[in-house]
Design a protein around this ligand. Sequence first.
Ligand code: FES
Length: 148
Amino acid sequence: MTRRDFIVLFGVGWVANYLPIAIATTYAAQPSPQSKPKSKISENWFPVGTVEALDKTGQLLNEKSPVGPVLIIGTSKSQNLIAVNPTCTHLGCIVEWESQEKIFLCPCHASEFGVDGKVLNGPATKPLNKYAIKIQGRSVLVRNIQST
Ligand code: FES
């Protein structure tokens, strides 16, 4: 075997051994074309109920929506619809809307939250989470609001 034959044979062997590893490493490092960045998830709107159900009583509670529990206050004619996660931030009871006082009241330990979800009276110390809301056709849609 000549020196030239040895170098050619060694080069071919090296390429045959390491090329598949290099290709696999390159593809593994790239994101799959089907996977979406996590930030896209919160841009999605999810239907949580119908306009008819909302207009019937002026509120709509969906405890098993795709974004989590949702309580919407208002009607399709309202200028400012309110959508919150009604899970009390104290110990997790579902708050109720008190339309006379315009507060969310927790039936368990009487925490009170304003229309903006902020705590008015404890024992809860953290606000209710809010959702963005819109009406599209006959559906009521919400999406998570990204915190910045
Ligand atoms: S669970 Fe709501 S105040 Fe305690």
